[in-house]
Structure formats: structure tokens, C-alpha cells
Design a protein around this ligand. Sequence first.
Ligand code: SAM
Ligand code: SF4
Length: 438
Amino acid sequence: MNVYDSDRMTDVLAPLGYAPTQVADDADMVILNTCHIREKASEKVFSELGRLRQLQERAADQQGRRVTIAVAGCVAQAEGAEITRRAPWVDIVVGPQTYHRLPELVGQIDPASRKRVIDTDFPEEVKFDLLPGEHAPRGPAAFLSVQEGCDKFCAFCVVPYTRGAEFSRPAATVIDEARRLVALGTRELTLLGQNVNAYHGEGSGGTVWGLGRLIRELAAIDGLDRIRYTTSHPLDMDDDLIAAHGDVPQLMPYLHLPVQSGSNRILQMMNRRHDRDQYLAVIDRLRSVRPDLAMSGDFIVGFPGETDQDFADTLSLVSAVGYASAYSFKYSPRPGTPAANAEQQIEEAVKSDRLESLQQLLNAQQFAFNKSTEGQIVDILVERAGGRDGQMAGRSPYMQAVNFTGSADQIGNILSCRLSTARQNSMSGEIIDLKGAA
Ligand code: SAM
Ligand code: SF4
């Protein structure tokens, strides 16, 4: 979502004459778009701000040029005052729900008097309505925010506090944005939301659409060949969305469905509102309509009170599901969340051991999944040049990164590819024809 938000900040600043640069030293303004989900992510902001201070001083000393520094995103939302205290060279602090106001905020700063602005409101106005309709091409595979915020309040998570209450964009505005992206060359869209499958946007004729309905409508857009969505909550996998996995060919056979823990006791303490069997039952239903569905998930180890048995339950759930990829983290206490104050915090060394065992199992599953696709012929969407000369990179329907020998003019094409060699995090492939070339 930060990638999407950063692109939108670029759009909103374009009328002021700003254009993106890849070279920080060339910039007149640097915006750090930040994440607060784990402590490590927010610590990085302060070390990065130290580097940006030097950049700002270099520009002033060597070129007499004033560089504006802004901090956006969830660290800005949660720690706005702390940022301006610890890093007084920051000019703008803007939260995730107010970045459409960036042009006004830029107008308000006054480097001479060191006047800084902090805007971390949760405004009545809807950011999406105020962002520009026009935007730059986003490439063959793009993100599209359809839902934001969360009302679930898992005991470990800052999202409800930083992104605010759950909000779904009206379907018509999502469809318009999707059409514009497709007209600019996008062929794959990943629909985004902190809880994307809780989507309940205004549909046509005063109806409310769930994510399944939205996906069906998007699938009717000519030129939109692939649809994905992330991140989902197991409780919000409703019948229509599950059915869409079976009957919407554009919906790719890959699903990121976090579970966090395999222990019912921990799930309850996390306030996840589902148990292990409910999660496994959702996956069974999905696989009954889409047997080749590749599963991904998120796991937290070392949640307060997690015993060896609880952790063993997580390992057994992983064995039962068989993941094609997954993300796993040590529990990180976040200020203001209920679990941060819980007794029975788990020692760092125990967290590290558990994370290592879990990742060993998940890595083995990922490799086994990749291995099982060797020899298959799949469509890949070519997204960019690969790491080596003459190499191109794309994604399989199962979200695997696929490298193959090709050329830059293939970017944006969907090509038929034989997956040849499995690696831990990617596949090698060979293009076998130009089926579906744009
Ligand atoms: N809404 C999604 C769900 O409920 O599964 C998760 C969204 S959250 C932005 C992304 C992931 O970050 C979570 O699935 C969780 O694994 C991880 N996460 C969130 N808070 C965490 C914390 N305090 N410590 C460690 N990992 C955390
Ligand atoms: Fe955070 Fe996801 Fe739980 Fe919402 S459902 S509180 S985003 S982990």
C-alpha cells in the first residue's frame, strides 16, 4: 500500500512541477513514506532521517539549494510530534489519510522561519475523491487501493490506530481508476486493503458490493488480464469471493491469507476471532473450487504467552496447509496495542529460535512448491529486465518470479513459458510462443 500511496503522492505533487527522481541528491523534496507495523520499520525512519539531514546540508552548502524533507505514512501518523522533536530539519509530517493535502502543506512551510507543518488528521473528506484522476503509467502490474483501515483490533497490531477505521471506496471510482490504468498499459491489478476482503463498497443502484462482486466487474474490463488482492482476513472470505476463485479466470490462483498462529489459545489472545479449524476449512473450500491455488500467509512467533506447545501447533498448521510462500515475523510490541502491555513477553532468544524453525519449514515448502511446477507451461506477465544481461523477469499465475532469456520489448506481454528450474525464491523458464502478446 505504501507503493500505491507513494505513486499517488507523485500524482498530487505533479501540478506543482515536481517529478520523481531516482537520485536523492538531485531532489528538491524527499518524502519518506514510512511503515509502523514493527519496531524495526519505524527505527529505520530515524536513521534514514539522519542521512537526509546530511543531504539537506550538502545541497545548502554546495548549491545554496533548500531541500524540503517530508515524512509520510504510519510512523508520521503515530509519532508526528516525536519526529519534529528528534529531527527538527523535517519540514512536513503527513499521515496516510491526508497526503492529498501535500500541495497545501508545501505552501505552508517556511524554511526561513523553520516553520514546519504536521497534518495527521483523520479528515471527513475522502482522500480518494481529492486525488487527481490523471496519473503516470504504473507499468504492466500495478496496485489499486480499494479498502483502507481496519476495525478488527488484533491485539498486536497498530493498523486500526494508524490507518484508522475501515473504509471501502465506491465501486465506480475503483472501476474508473482500473480503466485508466489499463488504458496506460497495466494488465495486472492487485487490489489493496489492510483487510481487503472486508470490502463493502457502494455498488450500483444503492447496493453494497463485496470483494467478489467487485472482482467480477473488474474482470469485465477489456485488457485487464490478471487480478489479485491482498491482504485478507480469514473471517471475511465470504461465499461469493470463494466462488470467484473458481469462476473468474482473471483471478490468479494465488492467495495471501494470514493466520498468524496455529494455536487456538494464541489466536484467541490475539483477538483474531477465528480458530485453526475455521482457517483450514476456508482453505479447503477455496481448494475445492480452485485445486491449484497457491497459498501464502503471515505468521507471528513469540506472541506474549506463546508456549512450546502453541508454537508446535503453528508448525503443524503449516504442515497441514503447505504454503507456496509466506512471511514470518518475531512479535514486536507496538505502543498503544493491548499485547504490548501483556505479561509473559517472550525472550528474544526464544523468538529467534522459533522464527528459525518456522522459516526452515516454510522455505522447504516454498522450494517444494517451486519444484512441483517444474515442467509446467504457464502464462507469465513480463514486468521488467532481469538481473543479468539478456534476462527478463515476470510472474507466473502463482506469483513466482520467473527469469528467462528475452528482450525489453517483451515487457507488458503475457507469454507462454515452460518453467524449467526451481530455485528457492524464483523459477527459470523458457518462452515457448508469443501467445497473448500485446
Ligand atoms: N490484515 C492482515 C491480517 O489480518 O492478516 C494483516 C495486515 S498487517 C499490515 C501485515 C502483517 O504484519 C500481519 O499479518 C502480521 O503478521 C504482521 N504484524 C502486524 N503487527 C505485528 C507485530 N506487532 N509484530 C510482528 N508482526 C506483526
Ligand atoms: Fe491488523 Fe489485520 Fe488484525 Fe486489522 S485484521 S488489526 S490489519 S492484523
